[in-house]
Design a protein around this ligand. Structure first.
Ligand SMILES: [Zn+2]
Length: 107
């Protein structure tokens, strides 16, 4: 297995940044960024994309194809207890509420 991936952003090679410039004088190109695989990015999307921008470009171009891999044809549900709303009053007299959501244990 190789220790790098080329960025999968379909427009990566068109972005105007100096780190993408490659080639000899007179025949310069903008090249897709190379991503070194390391402990931080292996097993995450950052092993495939050099930036959020490139990841967004990929999604915008291929979202329908990606979703077809694991289509969601109906909603999913997580059983919960009745939400508990609690009133709090601070020492300054400010009142706020929070609502606790607890999943139903399924043993
Ligand atoms: Zn990129």
């Amino acid at each position: 297995m190789s220790d790098f991936n080329w960025c999968h952003g379909p427009e990566c090679h068109t972005k105007h940044t100096l780190d993408r410039v490659r080639g000899n004088k007179g025949s310069k190109v903008l090249r897709t960024r190379k991503i070194r695989i390391n402990d931080w990015n292996s097993n995450t999307q950052w092993g495939f994309f050099c930036s959020n921008h490139c990841q967004n470009d990929f999604w915008n171009k291929y979202a329908r194809d990606i979703v077809a891999i694991a289509p969601r044809t109906e909603c999913l549900e997580t059983p919960i207890e009745n939400p508990e709303r609690t009133k709090h009053t601070t020492s300054y007299g400010y009142t706020y509420y929070d609502t606790k959501i607890t999943e139903v244990r399924q043993d």
